[in-house]
Design a protein around this ligand. Structure first.
Ligand code: SAM
Length: 212
């Protein structure tokens, strides 16, 4: 990862470069634009990108939705890995994501990316449950949001949908309880990657008679 200075950027904006699966990503964060936690690239996002690289995951032909995308980094890489990806967050974050989509996805592939508002618990009915993958990195950190997040995951998930959740367990309030207790009530969940501070879970919906 490297930082670059760009004097043409608005005051406070910051650009950092990342490399995953042979793709160079230039991610701009709109610091100073009151985007809060969304104006950072968080470790769980980078860990999920590295997991896709290490596992050589190819999303060609797959329909994907990302929740709480922030800068867009995970969704953008997923488009570059072949996916047809809907990148979502709260409405006021979308300009930052669109900026990064334009900067990183070639025009020839941009038809496979959509940037849309999805506030958990409120907007999921605008989306039909026909996704092959649902992605979420560092979206498990606020216990008051857990019921809405679970409601959204349940709505978007069909029988064969795979959810990848990359979470910081140690320093995010309630994160361990979310993964160990709340998710397993309605989903099958498997820990597929663990480092000192970060875990990736592969999650599928529990279907009666089909406990995968
Ligand atoms: C800690 S950031 C993680 C951003 C990015 N996924 C990453 O790994 O760098 C959490 C993201 O979840 C989004 N978020 C939080 N609550 C949300 C909600 N109720 N509905 C939709 N998005 C939400 C925030 O706007 C923010 O972009």
């Amino acid at each position: 990862m490297s930082s670059t200075e760009d004097n043409n950027l608005p005051n406070g904006w910051e650009v950092k470069e990342y490399e995953f699966s042979g793709h160079n990503l230039k991610i701009t964060t709109f610091k100073g634009a009151s985007l809060g936690v969304s104006a950072y690239v968080w470790e769980p996002g980078l860990v999920l990108c590295r997991y896709f690289e290490n596992e050589k995951i190819n999303f060609t032909g797959k329909k994907v939705i990302e929740l709480g995308s922030g800068t867009g980094i995970v969704g953008i890489l997923t488009v570059l890995l072949g996916g047809d990806v809907t990148i979502t967050d709260k409405p006021h974050i979308l300009n930052q994501i669109e900026y990064n989509v334009s900067a990183n996805i070639p025009v020839s592939s941009r038809h496979r990316s959509k940037v849309c508002a999805l506030a958990w618990g409120d907007d999921q009915e605008n989306y039909t449950a026909d996704y092959d993958f649902i992605l979420g990195s560092d979206i498990v950190y606020n216990p008051t949001q857990f019921p809405s997040l679970l409601q959204t995951l349940l709505h978007l998930c069909k029988e064969n949908t795979t959810i990848y959740l990359s979470s910081e367990l140690k320093y995010r309030e309630g994160s361990a309880q979310f993964h160990d207790e709340l998710v397993p009530e309605q989903f099958n969940s498997k820990l597929i990657h663990a480092s000192k501070t970060n875990c990736i879970y592969k999650v599928t919906k529990k279907i009666p008679g089909n406990e995968r």
